[in-house]
Design a protein around this ligand. Structure first.
Ligand code: SF4
Length: 962
């Protein structure tokens, strides 16, 4: 057990209060009561933060003029960070003299982040003061991509876009309108807008991010994300670097550490010695793509040693269905179930797992026993990483959840719950009915099980003539840079017969906006309205992102009508933009669109932003009573505190919630499996004589055996399996210099292509070399800083080597954050982070990029822009990757087979080459691996599978087969 004996330095640091007293009673031991923070301790944590009653007039000394003591007066307005999905609370400090935001700090009243932020939160100030930001709506002049722009009014932009959408809708070309989003950062808003237009027009980045993990979880229990209860866990297993990056990582990180301080053990599986691995009790440097083999070996140990939770397995898995389907010769008894599972996984010995993964058998065994002993208090997480990188990567999440099921930790305190149990879902005014369209450019028949839209294939589907995008919005979305195969995106963007009108909604220039027709400036975190709610722990909260200057104006008695009136320049926000656009598409209401965007209080009038949010907030459980106590409306309460805790702590075991007498009226019970049905829909299940809601799967239980996989032509994956990755050692030819490249990891201080406008963040991290173990470097005779040519399936990029023991031998890695660029003709943007490049496409389908200059100091109103000392902007690697969609989950499998070589004479750092004809050929090779719809009953997709922006059920059937 750690912490038992304090070192000399720890003793001093604890005594003088530099660090908390980790050695006082209660921090170390599990046995007996686990340590909780008392209300007093929590209050102590907050005591240095201004109390809310002083937020309108807060005085503090200006640190910039120290040692002089000069007071500044601020108005403090809460909002939420938009630099990753966590939506941590921020507070903007607005200088009352100048009316400018001076800094951002955490918001202690936010139940997810509890006052704490990562570096990217306070760096929001850099983004709003970035001298290169876009302040006015712009329209392209000349040819698309030539780099000429003119300023236009919001009216002109709105009218042109609305007219084109109206025409498409009137001509029944609904599937030619699409909204493509990178980071959503909001709950519910677009689910209101797009169905109101009647389009199946939502496309997301999910298939380059999380669909692998989603698919694996969904198969088990009908929920597609985990919500680990780290702070209450006894054992935590992370696949990859979740302590420092990934979804909800700051709220999770603080709870992982809290769990550790109470004695939990932490294990991390990752080929890199990440910051997360270095904070762990166990580091398992697995060969990429073999994680599921390790997890199945752990499962086998738990089964063989009887460390499983019998009650849970017996009541909450569909074991009878499994035995009947797969072991018809055996009696349907629980003992036979366990024996059959042991038989099924018998090859997964720790030694076999070691052979596959390189993780020591003893360590696998030790961790398996610890997980078994932790029982229900086993928390785990896998999001992108392995699930997002390998052919069959979805099996990693499925095998990880297998451990959660075996220990009975599903939904338990200290275990891992479904994400949806800890997330608030807003109820919107004039809720539209689901659209009656199915867009095959987003959900093609070849991928009936995909989680979710096959967004990475869009340019290839367009290239194949499967449709067009007449009106296309990209929003916080930069596929040319972030996606694999960016040059194919570029080819399609430049072809006006493929993308008719491209509108980029973005606060900052990016590689995709260069190929838009309108570039419309949207607000950063402190300049827009959004609702956020995420599964950060065993509770539920809702937070309010708001434009802080607008809110300050409201409090100061000078309200504005539109957010752009308070924001810098004419920077707007999407909420008001979409309401306005919807009215202009259907000005007289004859298309049935406008009615959804009318005031709930004054029929026929346009809904205001306050009305929209008030409508939602007044329906949040407990908020009306809390707001009333302070004499505030629900909107005013949220505007004042920025967040509200809907459910504290105990959101556990919701599958056991009983069905009410009302719900049980007119139901029938399936004799075979106890599923309770009402009006043809499954609503619950009988467990131990009780009618409970269960899980949203066909059996209403965790499905160890998936009949869905059998029905949809994948019977070999009916139960959790290890699938060998496309970069498995067997398929690499080491004699030719082939390696696996791990291109997926994030630097904790950066966020995809959105942090290039934050000087502090780029100052910290500004290059992306190839991580290489000294043994591999020695083979190649590489030293740190040497150039290396990384040949992918469709081209190459030239980077520098970083020799480090933090990398597993035989594997190389490259962070996916750096390598931003602009061409000479492009508007200046993100100059803290962008190289200036030349792109040559003189031969059709062959693209060559060379770096003309790195990052340089520049003149601006920000004195720091003259002080830039870094020159290296890194290398854009993703653009050299082909699309590799997993044929089942649809997830792009990021890991690359690369051939390493030394660059030739005349080849330079940053050089990139791609052959897009080859990339289209590879798209077709992977397409050929699919097993397309229809499935049973002529379905496009299993009805019980989630779908973003789920359309009307009638659209699920191909032709009229229903
Ligand atoms: S984790 Fe960091 S970037 Fe993400 S929301 Fe919180 S403060 Fe912002």
């Amino acid at each position: 057990m750690g912490y038992k004996k304090a070192s000399f330095i720890e003793n001093i640091a604890e005594k003088i209060g530099i660090i908390p007293n980790l050695h006082k009673e209660g921090y170390q031991e599990f046995d007996g009561d686990m340590r909780q923070f008392t209300d007093e301790e929590v209050a102590e944590m907050y005591e240095n933060f201004p109390p809310p009653e002083k937020w309108d007039n807060w005085e503090e000394y200006d640190p910039k003029v120290w040692p002089k003591k000069e007071k500044k007066t601020y108005q403090i307005v809460p909002t939420t960070c938009f630099n990753c999905e966590s939506a941590c609370g921020l507070t903007a400090f607005i200088d009352k003299e100048t009316g400018e935001v001076k800094k951002f700090e955490g918001n202690p009243y936010h139940p997810g982040s509890r006052g704490r932020n990562c570096a990217k939160g306070p760096a929001t100030i850099n983004q709003i003061t970035d001298p290169d930001r876009i302040l006015f709506p712009l329209k392209r002049k000349g040819k698309r991509g030539e780099g000429e722009w003119e300023r236009v009014s919001w009216d002109e932009a709105l009218d042109s876009i609305a007219a084109r959408i109206r025409k498409a809708l009137q001509e029944d070309r609904h599937n030619e309108i699409a909204y493509h989003v990178g980071r959503p950062g909001a709950e519910g808003f677009m689910n209101w807008v797009l169905p109101a237009w009647g389009i199946d027009g939502h496309n997301s980045h999910t298939n380059i991010c999380s669909s692998g993990a989603r698919f694996g979880y969904n198969l088990w229990y009908g929920y597609d994300r985990p919500s680990p209860d780290h702070a209450e866990a006894k054992f935590i297993l992370l696949i990859s670097a979740h302590l420092e990056s990934g979804h909800y990582f700051n709220p999770h990180a603080q709870r992982i550490i809290e769990g550790k301080m109470k004695g939990a053990k932490l294990a991390t599986m990752d080929p890199r010695l990440s910051n997360t691995a270095s904070m762990s009790d166990y580091w398992m440097p697995s060969y990429p793509g073999t994680e599921a083999a390790v997890l199945l070996a752990m499962a086998l140990i738990i089964l063989e040693r009887g460390l499983y939770n019998r009650d849970y397995l017996e009541n909450w898995t569909n074991w009878q269905e499994y035995l009947k389907a797969r072991h018809g010769d055996k009696a349907v008894t629980f003992e036979n179930y366990i024996a059959a599972m042991i038989e099924e996984y018998k090859e997964f010995t720790p030694e076999f797992a070691e052979k596959e993964s390189g993780v020591k058998a003893e360590m696998i065994e030790e961790i398996a026993v610890k997980i078994g002993e932790a029982g229900e208090r086993f928390a785990s997480h896998n999001w992108r990483s392995a699930g997002a990188s390998n052919l069959g990567g979805w099996a990693v999440a499925r095998c990880l959840h297998f451990l959660t099921v075996l220990t009975g930790a599903v939904g338990a305190k200290g275990g891992t719950s479904p994400n949806s149990w800890n997330k608030f879902k807003p109820e919107v005014p004039h809720n539209p009915k689901p659209q009656k369209k199915w867009n095959e450019l987003h959900f093609p028949k070849e991928y009936p099980l995909a989680f979710f839209e096959m967004s990475q294939l869009l340019p290839h589907l367009l290239k194949d003539g499967r449709g067009k995008m007449d009106v296309y919005f990209s929003r916080v979305f930069n596929p040319v840079w972030t996606y694999p195969d960016g040059f194919t995106w570029m080819e399609m963007f430049m072809d006006e017969s493929k993308f008719g009108l491209h509108t980029a909604l973005t606060p900052t220039w990016n590689e995709t906006a260069f190929f838009a027709d309108f570039v419309l400036p949207m607000g950063l975190a402190s300049e827009r309205h959004d609702i956020n709610s995420y599964a950060t722990h065993g509770g539920t909260w809702v937070a309010f992102r708001q434009p802080v200057l607008r809110e300050a104006a409201r409090r100061n008695g000078k309200p504005v009508e539109y957010t752009f009136e308070a924001n810098p320049g004419e920077v707007w926000e999407e909420d008001e933009f979409w309401i306005e656009l919807s009215w202009r598409i259907d000005p007289d209401g004859s298309m049935g669109i406008r009615k959804h965007f009318e005031s709930p209080n004054q029929p026929g009038k346009k809904i205001t932003i306050e009305e929209y949010y008030q409508y939602i907030f007044e329906r949040i459980k407990g908020l009306p009573e809390t707001a009333k106590k302070e004499g505030l409306t629900e909107f005013e309460y949220m505007a004042k505190y920025g967040a509200f805790e809907i459910e504290k702590g105990e959101s556990y075991n919701k599958n056991e919630n009983p069905l009410s007498q009302e719900q049980l009226k007119d139901t029938e019970i399936d004799k075979e499996n106890g599923v309770i049905r009402k009006n043809g829909k499954d609503i619950g299940v009988m467990v131990n004589g009780n009618a409970v809601v269960g899980f949203p799967t066909p059996s209403r239980k965790n499905e160890f055996y998936s009949q869905t996989m059998v029905d949809w032509k994948w019977p070999e994956y009916a139960t959790p399996k290890y699938i060998k990755s496309h970069i498995h050692n067997d398929v690499l030819d080491k004699s030719k210099g082939e390696y696996v490249l791990v291109p997926t990891f994030r630097l904790p201080t950066l966020i995809h292509s959105r942090s290039g406008n934050a000087k502090w963040l780029v100052e910290i991290s500004n290059r992306n070399p190839i991580w290489m173990h000294p043994d591999d470097a020695a083979k190649w005779n590489f030293k740190t800083g040497d150039l290396v040519k990384m040949n992918t399936d469709i081209g190459y990029f030239i980077d520098k080597v970083w020799v480090t023991q933090s990398m597993k031998p035989g594997v190389v890695a490259c962070s996916h954050h750096i390598g931003r660029w602009r061409r000479e003709q492009d508007k200046t943007g993100n100059r803290w982070a962008t190289n200036t490049v030349n792109i040559d496409n003189s031969e059709k389908g062959k693209w060559k990029m060379t770096t003309k200059s790195g990052i340089k100091p520049f003149e601006s109103d920000d004195k720091d822009s003259k002080r830039i000392f870094w020159k290296d902007g890194g290398v854009h690697q993703n653009i050299t990757h082909a699309v590799h969609p997993d044929p089942i989950s649809g997830m792009h499998t990021w890991h690359q087979r690369v051939r390493i070589e030394k660059p030739k004479e005349g080849e330079n750092y940053g050089d990139i080459f791609v052959d897009t004809d080859k990339s289209h050929k590879i798209f077709k090779e992977w397409l050929a691996m699919t097993r397309p719809a229809p499935g049973p009953d002529g379905l496009r997709r299993p009805l019980w599978f989630k779908r973003a922006f789920r359309p009307d059920e009638s659209t699920y059937y191909i032709k009229e087969e229903k």
